[in-house]
Design a binder for this molecule. Structure first.
Ligand code: PLP
Length: 393
């Protein structure tokens, strides 16, 4: 046996798998509309690109400190202070090669074999895999559709055992776009404090919230909760910088220090020029983030109305991120399929529309579609989905 036991149950990202399939069909000349993307369709703003290019011309093409450039930590610390009134010291912040990498390092740093990590469903695909790779055990709590995919304090309390080490909170959420209110966060926070459970607060979609919804970090609610929480964030979604691979973690200095040491032996440091680009992203005054947010909100409002008119489709209206997570159970039944995965595959074959099946997110009755693509494209895609459902009823 060539491979290690640790990777025996590793499943590739379903999101990337469907995107790859859609790209292959496109390469064959088919008119495919991919709604699988987990990234904004905007280009990174020029001022960020220029800052990165300048840094290279200035010779900043070498190793940097493993936990990130001091200047970038300063920018991140200022961002926390300005946006969330959270005060961190440089020792409490580390920069990684994307938020995904920061999460990976975090689980490696805090989990012993069989330590349990509570993950609300539907979840972002990488959480369970990363927990398992750190020899931890993912424990799922159902975010009920009837409660806008959010879990309650009673559910959280009932899931805790003496092995529970951490709880993952992702608000706004990928894939559902649900957002916890201050009151809900307070309740969940109290349970975590009572049982001394580390809160992993993934706030990567913080800037993308709609209507009168407001993002609040659980770490803002009290000093105790700040101490209990590791915040994960980054510029991938906020500044359309997915390919730059810059994310970061903030919280307990001992954990952050360990994550930095782990990075020093794996990636050495996040890419130098991408760090300079990120300094510009945070320090230069620009309306880019807000413009993108407004564009997403407009699309959401149009597309949501079109989506819920499709027979057999219901959808909780998201408050953030850039995904819709409709329940298609009835449509799948109407079309004579046993499961959503087969329905999605057929839809791609017949109508050339790529959606991501919810099974990969722990929600087998749903599909995820991203509206981080032009309004024309999403509207055309939904027209095709509606045709598919009606033609096969
Ligand atoms: N967390 C969530 C919930 C995400 O959806 C993603 C990206 O899809 C990430 C983290 C990772 O972002 P990054 O590009 O910074 O690694």
């Amino acid at each position: 046996m060539k491979l290690a036991n640790r990777v025996a149950t590793l499943t590739p990202s379903t999101t990337l798998a469907i995107t790859a399939k859609a790209k292959a069909l496109k390469a064959e000349g088919h008119d495919v509309i991919g709604l699988g993307a987990g990234e904004p369709d905007f280009n990174t703003p020029d001022y960020i690109i220029e800052a990165a290019v300048k840094s290279m011309r200035d010779g900043h093409t070498k190793y940097t400190p493993s936990g990130g450039l001091p200047a970038l930590k300063t920018s991140i610390i200022k961002k926390f202070q300005d946006d969330q009134q959270l005060t961190y010291s440089p020792k409490e912040v580390m920069v990684a090669s994307g938020a995904k990498h920061a999460l990976y390092l975090l689980f490696q740093a805090i989990l012993n074999p069989k330590d349990e990590v509570i993950i609300p469903t539907p979840y972002w695909v990488s959480y369970p895999e990363q927990v398992k790779l750190a020899e931890g055990t993912p424990v799922y709590v159902e975010g009920m559709e009837s409660n806008n995919f959010k879990i309650t304090k009673e559910q959280l309390e009932a899931t805790i055992t003496d092995k529970t080490k951490a709880f993952i909170l992702n608000s706004p959420s990928n894939p559902t776009g649900s957002l916890y209110t201050e009151e809900e966060l307070k309740e969940l926070g109290e349970v975590c404090l009572k049982h001394d459970i580390i809160i992993v607060s993934d706030e990567i979609y913080e800037k993308l919230v709609y209507g009168d919804a407001k993002h609040i970090s659980i770490a803002q609610l009290s000093d105790e909760l700040k101490k209990q929480t590791i915040i994960i964030n980054g510029v991938s979604k906020s500044h359309s910088m997915t390919g730059w691979r810059i994310g970061y973690a903030a919280g307990d200095a001992e954990i952050i220090n360990c994550m930095t040491d782990l990075a020093s032996h794996s990636t050495s440091n996040p890419t130098s020029m991408a760090q300079f680009g990120t300094i510009a992203a945070y320090d230069v005054n620009s309306d880019f983030v807000e413009k993108m947010r407004v564009a997403f909100e407009e699309r959401l409002n149009v597309v949501y109305e079109q989506l819920i008119k499709i027979p057999g489709v219901t959808c909780v209206k998201p408050k953030g991120a850039f995904y819709l997570f409709p329940n298609v159970k009835e449509a799948v039944k109407l079309n004579g399929f046993d499961n959503v995965d087969d329905w999605v595959t057929k839809l791609l074959e017949v109508e050339k529309v790529a959606l991501v099946p919810g099974s990969g997110f722990g929600a087998p009755d749903n599909v995820r579609l991203s509206y981080a693509t032009s309004l024309d494209q999403i509207q055309e895609a939904l027209t095709r989905v509606e045709r598919f459902v009606k033609n096969n009823m």
